[in-house]
Design a protein around this ligand. Structure first.
Ligand SMILES: NC(=O)c1ccc[n+]([C@@H]2O[C@H](COP(=O)([O-])OP(=O)(O)OC[C@H]3O[C@@H](n4cnc5c(N)ncnc54)[C@H](O)[C@@H]3O)[C@@H](O)[C@H]2O)c1
Length: 370
């Protein structure tokens, strides 16, 4: 198959759809890979590395789209890319269609085959192509939180791990899923005093077994949260209710209970946030302050660490990309329930129910396009 890896053109997006190692794997499977010049630059991969891995470098995005049967990228195509997409061209990337009607309509119109990372789903309902970004965001939440606790950045001026003779910071994590667990590991490793909350008792039992002794687990409810916010220095929002907006576990009134300089990192901001006063921010301007409480609410946290994020993402996407390239999308999706769930829009038809419902569009059963 002829595969194209374009450079991401979305504002501040430095990740890339394939690493040189990924390209090499595809080439070794008999495929031809075209990579746009400087596509990997933001993630630390030079054109030369792609060329050594077996790719051909093309100077423009137009050439990549025009030659490729399958495009592997990271973010959804943006408006200037819509007209480059051809009928039957397979796009394997994050789309998040349900929150973007013009994109959905454009992909229907272009008659592309859209295989979305975010809806590839395992039998246990886990989302293997979302997990790596949650791991990155969870770990990064502590790194960012520790930084904003510094006085010049308007935090309490407390060192996460303390020093001998001085108590460490207290870190509260709301939600013990992928983000929360990774945050807890980092905070515990830095020596903080960590409390992690979840509503799922089985999950709390598991976390209690695997996390170090400086992480305590507690059942999540609004009474417990309003007590804990009084004493904690750094609070991480990491809850998810699949398919729904995040619940506001920290209300505006609770800010008054917090110590001045408390730092809130709401990782769940992409689902509306679990802190009522949170609104999305960017890497250029990541924080704002309300009632002396620092809010960090960057919606695409992994974008700041593209070297790590690109490799984490492609480690997860590559095995699927190889299946699709080897078998063709129809056979690969017919053979794999996981990949089949990734199909959203196929040749003008919406084959993912949630997307059709979001915009009142006609839904076509995926089986009829395979
Ligand atoms: N900002 C970013 O850059 C970024 C990056 C990756 C993920 N995210 C977001 O982070 C959030 C968490 O993702 P995840 O992968 O960890 O999800 P997950 O499903 O692995 O974990 C969510 C956890 O929240 C728990 N939960 C639900 N309701 C709760 C409540 N009332 N109190 C406490 N816990 C509760 C669930 O039991 C579950 O354990 C999602 O909204 C995701 O989209 C954001």
């Amino acid at each position: 198959m002829i595969i194209g890896v374009p450079k991401e053109i979305k504002n501040n997006e430095n990740r890339v759809g394939a690493t040189p190692a990924g390209v090499n794997e595809l080439v070794r499977n008999g495929h031809t890979v075209y990579v746009q010049a400087t596509a990997g630059e933001g993630s630390g991969f030079a054109d030369e590395e792609y060329a050594n891995a077996g790719a051909t470098i093309l100077p423009t995005i137009e050439e990549v789209y025009s030659i490729a049967e399958m495009i592997i990228k990271v973010k959804e195509p943006i408006e200037s890319e819509y007209n480059l997409i051809k009928e039957n061209q397979l796009l394997f990337t994050y789309f998040h269609f349900a929150s973007h009607e013009p994109l959905t309509k454009a992909m229907i119109e272009r008659k592309a085959v859209c295989l979305a990372y975010e809806t590839v789903e395992r039998a246990d309902r886990s989302l293997p192509l979302l997990v790596p970004m949650s791991e990155v965001a969870g770990r990064m939440s502590i790194q960012e939180g520790a930084k904003y606790l510094e006085k010049p950045l308007k935090g309490r001026g407390i060192l996460l791990g303390g020093v001998p003779g001085v108590r460490p910071a207290q870190v509260l994590i709301l939600g013990g899923g992928v983000v929360g667990t990774n945050a807890a590991k980092m905070a515990a490793g830095m020596g903080a005093d960590v409390t992690i909350l979840d509503t799922n008792l089985a999950r709390l039992r598991y976390l209690d077994d695997v996390l170090p002794a400086n992480v305590k687990t507690q059942m999540s409810n609004s009474y417990v949260i309003s007590e804990l916010v009084k004493t904690h220095d750094l609070i991480i929002g990491a809850v998810l209710i699949p398919g729904a907006k995040a619940p506001h576990l920290i209300t505006r009134d609770m800010l008054k209970l917090m110590k001045p300089g408390t730092v809130l990192v709401d990782v769940a901001v992409d689902q509306g946030g679990c802190i009522e006063t949170c609104k999305p921010t960017t890497h250029e301007n990541p924080t704002f302050i309300i009632d002396d409480v620092v809010h960090y609410c960057v919606a695409n946290m992994p974008g700041a660490v593209p070297f790590t994020s690109t490799q984490a993402l492609t480690n997860a996407t590559l095995p699927y990309a190889v299946q699709v390239a080897n078998k063709g999308w129809k056979k690969a999706c017919a053979d794999s329930e996981e990949l089949k769930k990734g199909l959203n829009v196929v040749n003008g038809k919406v084959v993912y129910k949630g997307v059709a419902d979001a915009f009142g569009l006609e839904y076509t059963d995926v089986a009829s396009v395979l």
